[in-house]
Design a protein around this ligand. Structure first.
Ligand code: ADE
Length: 420
């Protein structure tokens, strides 16, 4: 571990590699780079300290550099003990960013680093899963007076912050960046779809074609995972608790059944529900020998890893991110200790999808700062106009041209008089 007052990273000598990876990400993140060019001129974040708990990846580094270009001071830690890319963290430390993160953090370090970020007395928080915002509301209430607002990146964090709002304990505005269409309909769907399978493949080198893949949860993430698994030739079963989503899965051509039944059929299980104990010891007991279990939900609660460990006669690490549990004479494989497999065993979502997610984060921070003191302490959506601007920027980056409405068409859409 390399420690200085303003950073704690695994190995500073990884910075050169990190720099190259960040450059690669920048090339693929057109919208964020366009925002950065404007930020460099306008400095909308001058005098603002941004505290971040986000996966410390090359894509996040692109966002950090953009906030810095806008005039902000940034302090960052990870939002998951297994997701840090140590080379990206080293590169940020070398650039003078306050960064506290390494891959494989202990629980103690995870919370110590949240505290380190808060010790910079941030004005804006960017969170992914709500641990940082929770920390402020429970342990560091004295910091609230300096906080303009927060931005939340993920579905799980939105569920938590809405619970805070319902209970009347939320003390500053939080922008639900996840709810941008240019976030959850792209990142959750295309990003989680690809990166989850990437993580499972890197961890196991398993063939998807011909396998029965059980996808638990049919939200935006589950839909993406199911589609990509089908595209690789897997037979997909979906499990769902929501009637409408279960119906969507059925009409999309998947088999839908309770986990109790799916457990007997699956070769590969992927949880993306945002809920806990979706796969339990009871399920595991009816699984086939060799079943592979992976989670791509934000927290490591979807698979009851502790319960399975307790029920196992023996456990061994087969290779990085792949542990074997011997349960009732069968070999069951849990990947990445039940933590989100796309960031544990692979590199998270590709830069192209993080481009629109993080354009949303950069613009949400700017929006909070511009509207300082005017927004209620509620969960807020970013205005749709900004969301649409992000889509325009990404189309531009991809060299895609689109049609526009004619004057006649605009008028038609605004009128009610023209019918049959
Ligand atoms: N979440 C999922 N993929 C990510 C990535 N590449 N960077 C940051 N956060 C992510």
């Amino acid at each position: 571990m390399e420690k200085e007052k303003n950073y704690e990273v695994k190995d500073l000598s990884l910075a050169e590699q990190g720099k190259k990876n960040i450059e690669l990400a920048e090339m693929r993140m057109g919208p964020v780079m366009e925002i950065r060019r404007r930020f460099e001129k306008e400095k909308p974040l001058k005098g603002i300290t941004v505290g971040m708990a986000l996966h410390v990846t090359k894509e996040t580094a692109v966002l950090v550099r953009t906030l810095v270009a806008g005039g902000a001071e940034v302090a960052i830690t990870s939002c998951n003990p297994l997701s840090t890319q140590d080379d990206a963290a080293a590169a940020l430390a070398k650039e003078g960013v306050n960064v506290y993160a390494y891959k494989g953090e202990s629980r103690e370090d995870y919370y110590r680093y949240l505290e380190k970020v808060l010790s910079h007395n941030p004005n804006v928080l960017i969170d992914d899963g709500l641990d940082l915002i929770t920390e402020v509301h429970t342990k560091r209430k004295e910091l609230i007076k300096n906080i303009i607002g927060g931005c939340e990146e993920t579905t799980t964090g939105i569920i938590r912050v809405r619970a805070m709002e319902r209970e009347g304990v939320l003390r500053f505005p939080v922008i639900a960046v996840n709810d941008n269409k240019t976030k959850h309909l792209l990142d959750n769907y295309y990003g989680t779809g690809q990166s989850t399978l990437d993580g499972i493949m890197r961890a196991t080198n398993i063939l998807f074609a011909g396998k029965t893949v059980v996808v638990a949860g049919y939200g935006d993430c589950g839909k993406g995972v199911a589609l990509k698994a089908k595209g690789l030739g897997a037979n997909v079963i979906v499990t769902e608790v929501d009637a409408f989503r279960a119906l969507q899965a059925k009409l999309d051509g998947y088999r839908v059944m309770p986990m109790r039944e799916a457990a007997k059929e699956g070769d590969i299980f992927i949880t993306v529900t945002g809920n806990k104990n979706v796969i339990t010891v009871e399920h595991v007991k009816s699984m086939k020998d060799g079943a592979v279990l992976a989670n791509s939900g934000h927290f490591d609660v979807e698979i009851d890893v502790a319960g399975i460990k307790k029920a196992a006669k023996s456990t061994r690490r087969i290779r990085p991110f792949m542990d074997e549990y011997s349960v009732d004479g069968k070999r069951i494989y849990i990947l990445g200790e039940g933590r989100l497999i796309n960031l544990a065993a692979a590199e998270g979502h590709p830069s192209e999808v993080m481009a629109t997610s993080f354009a949303g984060q950069a613009l949400a921070v700017e929006y909070l700062v511009k509207n300082k003191g005017k927004l209620p302490a509620k969960v807020l959506a970013l205005p749709e106009k900004i969301d649409n601007e992000i889509a325009e920027l990404q189309l531009k980056a991809m060299g895609v041209k689109r049609d526009g409405l004619t004057g006649e068409q605009k008028k038609y859409l605004e009128s009610w008089k023209e019918g049959t």
